[in-house]
Every structure is written in structure tokens, then in C-alpha cells.
Design a protein. Structure first.
Length: 238
């Protein structure tokens, strides 16, 4: 196959190859445990600066204690801080969680809105978190940009931008809307398992034959699926 010379060509091959390595829908690929958009919203806020594994240890009891936005909005901050303490930054996360729950209860009837313009008005919710909720829990177009996505899209020559909003705009212009969420999550998984920042495993990367940043000669290579170990913890997810 000819090496693609344009960002759009590389994006198309990236979509196709990563879909083989990491199959499934955005919901399948998300490593945060949840059953509703509200639960995913809470879990994603908690996932900042910690692992998905750690968040998943905390959320079952948290969701049982606060099953609705109204319940979380009425939480005692001291109690909530203790419940989420192990996720780190527990004071700021407590403030964000209570604030977003109040916003959902007071302005959206206790329902998580689908419009990104509404989601980002909630306490502690930026575009990345909003796009996670949209693409994973609502099956709506959304391209979360975290540190893995920022790094890999530049390495692959899909964009030269470093600002997350500009990365989102440029990369989403290259691929169909239905692929936005899955592509973001696949890039995150690939960044954790293969294209590791400090020790990229170019020799087993399915993108190495066209990646402009490849660091090793590409010869016969096994699938990363056979070589990779258990995933580290995101947030959609880092």
C-alpha cells in the first residue's frame, strides 16, 4: 500500500487500523464503569489526574449513595470528600460534583443535556468531559482530546496544533462524525499500550509503516494485541 502523503489519508488509515486492534463501540472502549450519562459525567470528573481503575473502585458506593443529581446536589461536602479522597484533588472535585449536580437539578430537570454548549456550563465540565459523555453515553458525535490524543495526533501528522480545541477542529474535519468518539478512545488506548510516551513500541505498532514519527525500522512485527499487557487507567479517558 502506498504511504499516504496527506493528513486526511493518514487519518483514514489510522481509523481503519486502530478499529482492527481495538474493536467495539465507544461505550465498549470506555474503561470507566457506568450505566447512565449522569454516572459517566461523575466518573469522568473524578478521573482527572488519576486512573480509571481507581475511579471504578470508588464509584459503585458513590452511585449507590447519590443515585440522582438531586441527591448529589444535597451531599455534605465533608462526607463526599471522604468518599472520593483516593481519587486525588478531592476538595476541588467535591466542589465540581456538587456544583454540576445542582446545575443539572435546577436547570435541566435532573437530566444530562446532550448539547455541548449546555454541558460546558456545568461546574467542572470542559469540552473533553462533555465530548466523553456525548460520544460514550449518548452515541452523539464527540472527540475528546486528552494528553494521549494530543501527542498521537501530532506524531501521526494529523495536526500541528497543541491547543485541544484546535486539535478537535482539525482532526474531526478529517474523519466521519460516527468515528470521532471511537477514534479518540482508540488513540488513548494505543497511547497507553503501544505508543508510550517514554518508550514507544514502534516495532509492534500497526501504524508504523506510515507514521511520520516512527523511530525504528519496520519489519515483520506481531500484532500489539498479542504483545500488550493490561491497560492502565482515563480518562476517555485520561
Amino acid at each position: 500500500m502506498a504511504r499516504p502523503r496527506t493528513p486526511k489519508g493518514r487519518a483514514r488509515l489510522t481509523v481503519d487500523r486502530l478499529a482492527v486492534e481495538y474493536p467495539g463501540t465507544a461505550r465498549d472502549l470506555c474503561e470507566l464503569d457506568f450505566t447512565t450519562p449522569f454516572e459517566l459525567l461523575v466518573a469522568t470528573v473524578l478521573s482527572a489526574q488519576t486512573t480509571d481503575v481507581r475511579v471504578n473502585e470508588v464509584t459503585p458506593a458513590l452511585f449507590a449513595h447519590y443515585p440522582t443529581p438531586a441527591a448529589l446536589a444535597a451531599a455534605d461536602p465533608a462526607v463526599l470528600e471522604a468518599e472520593i479522597h483516593t481519587t486525588g484533588f478531592f476538595r476541588s472535585k467535591t466542589k465540581s460534583l456538587i456544583g454540576l449536580a445542582q446545575g443539572l437539578d435546577e436547570r435541566f430537570g435532573g437530566e444530562v443535556p446532550g448539547a455541548i454548549e449546555d454541558l460546558v456550563t456545568l461546574s467542572g465540565v470542559g469540552r473533553k468531559t462533555a465530548n466523553v459523555v456525548r460520544s460514550v453515553a449518548m452515541d452523539l458525535p464527540g472527540f475528546p482530546v486528552d494528553t494521549h490524543v494530543t501527542r498521537l495526533t501530532k506524531l501521526l501528522g494529523l495536526t500541528e496544533k497543541t491547543d485541544p480545541d484546535k486539535i478537535e477542529a482539525e482532526v474531526t474535519a478529517l474523519v466521519p462524525k460516527a468515528q470521532w468518539g471511537p477514534l479518540s478512545l482508540r488513540l488513548i488506548l494505543h497511547g497507553r499500550r503501544v505508543c508510550i510516551a517514554r518508550r514507544p513500541r514502534c516495532g509492534v505498532c500497526p501504524l508504523a509503516d506510515f507514521c511520520p514519527s516512527v523511530q525504528l525500522p519496520v519489519a515483520s512485527r506481531p500484532s500489539p494485541r498479542a504483545a500488550r499487557g493490561p491497560a492502565a487507567g482515563v480518562s476517555a479517558r485520561s
